[in-house]
Design a protein around this ligand. Sequence first.
Ligand SMILES: Cc1cc2nc3c(=O)[nH]c(=O)nc-3n(C[C@H](O)[C@H](O)[C@H](O)COP(=O)(O)OP(=O)(O)OC[C@H]3O[C@@H](n4cnc5c(N)ncnc54)[C@H](O)[C@@H]3O)c2cc1C
Length: 278
Amino acid sequence: MSTKPRTFSFEFFPPKTAESIAKLRTTRQQLAQFKPEFFSVTFGAGGTTREGTLGTVLEIRNEGYAAAPHLSCIGSTRDNIRAILNEYRSHGIRHIVALRGDLPSGMGEAGEFRYANELVAFIRAEHGDHFHIEVAAYPEFHPQARSAEDDLNNFVRKVQAGANSAMTQYFFNADAYFRFVDEVQARGVDIPIVPGIMPIANFGQLCRFSDMCGAEVPRWLRLRMQAYYDDTASIRALGLDVVTELCDRLLTGGAPGLHFYTLNQAGIVSTIWQRLGL
Ligand SMILES: Cc1cc2nc3c(=O)[nH]c(=O)nc-3n(C[C@H](O)[C@H](O)[C@H](O)COP(=O)(O)OP(=O)(O)OC[C@H]3O[C@@H](n4cnc5c(N)ncnc54)[C@H](O)[C@@H]3O)c2cc1C
């Protein structure tokens, strides 16, 4: 097992209403007690949450915690991205999560960046080593990938463009993660690849979202959850068991940390954390 320090982080999306802003503050206070390495804040494709992302990051930093904004490039021009990077830098931000993003349906042109590796290369060209750059990884492969092989090579491209670390799409099959890591390491990648963890709260919503983003919800889990109908206590209990066991297996197998998709809720993540005894 690795003896390197592990990195734990929590992801939020920028809240929009006064009520959800206040709720996220409470969530943050609860999660901050676990002393994560950082909080990250998502960024809407095409810049739709530009102010909300930065505002949330600055608020987290004002509370004394480390925070990393995400930045997605699809639908943007170079000048656009340049301005956002300069803005991040002017606020002393040194850590970002660089993504391609997905164009919302009906939203115009792809813009001047086609893939995340181009964004990573652009950040390095404009800012040298100023930023620690995280990128996304897909142990079960990205839904638009032409083949598994192609997707692995495209991930390597992002690393070669200058990524420092990666966080994965969520998954429920630990073997997919370990195999992904082995395969990219065999291609020369040596950056940390931190598993992304999705707690199971609303199972129906999770299944719909998983179908879109290419994450597999195992058949046995779908069938067991369906059998509970609207028995939310049983759904929650099984979800907690499954995700806690997954985290345990990942950490025991040498994963360099965990990145939790909190959906701006502290409850389930806190329970998983406590059960893991972290
Ligand atoms: C940890 C994490 C955080 C995320 N946060 C956000 C967020 O804040 N905002 C948001 O909008 N989305 C976010 N996403 C979603 C992400 O933007 C989507 O999954 C998107 O579809 C792909 O982004 P990417 O950066 O992985 O793209 P890429 O690495 O560009 O890959 C996208 C697809 O293109 C292929 N590809 C990549 N490079 C090349 C190339 N050079 N030539 C040919 N094909 C190529 C890949 O195989 C893949 O199929 C996040 C995802 C993860 C895992």
